[in-house]
Design a protein around this ligand. Structure first.
Ligand code: GDP
Length: 523
């Protein structure tokens, strides 16, 4: 019974956005509501643009474990909240994608001035292929942004998801009056620097000055139209990932943020069952189980420890418990466990399905590994592979070291740190990654753990498309559209750009080009 109650409190989600949309600002407000920090401005040092300030963060920086790996965990109302950060900027990597396999829902922030941007689309695609429920926060209403209807249209068209505005803004920028909260039947009035006021719609007639304003009347008319002809709210559709509830607000003011959070946290799903090789694993199953979605290697040679991030899928974690690594059958004692929080790093004694814990990795774990308690034997579904975007040729600086070079690459690739391909003609090694950071980590670890200096030769951004083996025709490809083999000997083409890809599609309709994002959604 206890486990079931604990699981029912868990809300585990990630916030996704394009850099500068306001992820840090919004996260900070949520941490304030959760009493995790005392004042705004502590999460991100504005000058460096990096997370900074607290001692813990300084230590983390020195030790090379980036704070961007953080999981923020705090109680809020009746809930236990886990927010997973999805590193953007120069830290964007496969880990960012993999983080999304560990959450139950996602908050997508969109800048009301800029609309949908590149990184949002990429992260959205991953949510879509996993069927993760997505809640949208359209930020920066205090600025002159695009028309709300236009923004909704863009979401529906570009992301192909139905929208349901949970609230509706009256004016924006300097003429911003506030929002109609459709869900709670109230008007939230914007008062500039002063705290917002909540007016039940049944009492709005008393606010003569407000309701006669042009922006109020216009928004009210639009709302009538939405009520009549717009989409119906459907929580079922939201939970299936087919409809996104849209909230307007301003993270910095803050305006509408706490109302958004209260509604979101109520509607967001609690941990559900997860697919495994032996069937479905229920979150309230008494035996502990979980999977590793990320391994953070320490870049400081004086502290060679690594931390594995585990998403608990069932049961209860207790410090000191023994678990079995399904892949090898070996048993490990989980003695050092950490919960990673933005402001402190505490050892935790217990955790439940839905929670994320960091455990000490005795160099035994791999990304995607399943850990289980008890007699059962199963593995959770393999983590999806994500299409790399950035490619480089790699070689050992000293040819005498080719043995260590191969061993190092093999292990790092196995671990999921980076992807490896081979040129079809020259057999040279090509690495593929989602972001530049992966190359830096790779180079560093090759030098420090395998004692091999590596050289890169830039290939650049490419668009990978997999081929069906029987359709491979070497003559069709050259250095521009490079034919390579992945680790499982499947062929793919690295197209130079969107133009080459489309040209190829038009001229070789007989050849199927497979996008990894699409493959995963059918898998
Ligand atoms: P991140 O890169 O997504 O984490 O974005 P930040 O939270 O760092 O915000 C990027 C910039 O937008 C910063 O200068 C913020 O002060 C600003 N910003 C965030 N939210 C708002 C908002 O609601 N209104 C306005 N005008 N600016 C905002």
């Amino acid at each position: 019974m206890k486990i079931k109650d604990e699981v029912a409190k868990r809300k585990t989600f990630a916030i996704i956005s394009h850099p500068d949309a306001g992820k840090t600002t919004l996260t900070e407000k949520l941490l304030l509501y959760g009493n995790l920090i005392r004042s705004a401005g502590t999460v991100k040092g504005k000058k460096s643009g990096k997370f900074a300030t607290s001692d813990w963060m300084e230590i983390e920086k020195q030790r090379g474990i980036s704070v961007t790996s953080s999981v923020m965990n705090f109680p809020y109302k009746d809930f236990q909240v886990n927010i997973l950060d999805t590193p953007g900027h120069e830290d964007f990597s496969e880990d960012t994608y993999r983080t999304l396999t560990a959450v139950d829902s996602v908050v997508m922030i969109i800048d009301s001035v800029k609309g949908i941007e590149a990184q949002t689309i990429k992260l959205f695609k991953v949510c879509r292929m996993r069927g993760i429920p997505i809640f949208t926060f359209i930020n920066k209403l205090d600025r002159e942004g695009r028309e709300p209807l236009e923004l909704l249209e863009e979401i529906e068209e570009v992301l192909e998801i139905e929208t349901y505005p949970m609230n509706w803004p009256a004016g924006m920028g300097k003429r911003f009056l506030g929002i109609f909260d459709r869900y709670n039947h109230q008007f939230i009035k914007f008062n500039g620097n002063e705290a917002e006021t909540h007016i039940p719609l049944s009492e709005i007639e008393g606010f003569e000055e407000l309701i006669t304003k042009e922006e109020f009347v216009a928004a009210s008319d639009e709302l009538d139209l939405l009520n009549e002809a717009g989409n119906q709210f459907s929580l079922e559709a939201v939970l299936r990932g087919e409809q996104t509830p849209v909230f307007f607000g301003s993270a910095i003011a803050p305006f509408g943020v706490q109302d958004f959070f209260d509604t979101f946290i109520t509607l967001a799903p609690t941990p559900g069952p997860r697919k495994a090789t032996e069937g479905i694993v229920a979150p309230d199953d008494p035996d502990f189980s979980g999977f590793i979605f990320k391994i953070q290697a320490n870049m400081n040679p004086a502290h060679r420890d690594r931390i594995a991030f585990v998403r608990i899928c069932s049961g209860k974690f207790e410090r000191g418990m023994s678990v079995k690594l399904s892949r090898t059958g070996k048993v490990f004692k989980l003695a050092q466990s950490q919960q990673i929080v933005a402001s402190s790093r505490d050892t935790i004694d217990e955790a439940y399905a839905g929670d994320i814990i960091g455990i000490y990795d005795p160099n035994a774990y791999q990304i995607g590994d399943t850990l289980i308690e008890g007699k059962a034997n199963f593995e959770f579904d393999e983590l999806p592979k994500f299409p790399p975007e950035l490619f480089k040729k790699v070689m050992a600086k000293n040819v005498m070291k080719s043995k260590q070079f191969k061993k190092g690459i093999e292990q790092l690739v196995q671990e999921g740190a980076i992807q490896l391909f081979k040129d079809k003609r020259t057999e040279s090694y090509i690495l593929g990654a989602v972001g530049e950071l992966q190359y830096e980590v790779f180079k560093y670890r090759m030098e420090n753990e395998y004692n091999v200096e590596v050289l890169f030769e830039q290939i650049g951004e490419r668009i990978p498309r997999w081929l069906k083996t029987e359709q491979v025709k070497e003559s069709l490809f050259d250095d521009r559209n490079l034919l390579v083999r992945d680790r499982n000997d499947n062929y793919l083409v690295l197209f130079r750009n969107e133009f080459s890809l489309n040209w190829f599609k038009d001229n070789h309709k007989e050849i199927d080009l497979i996008d990894l994002f699409e493959v995963n959604s059918y898998g």
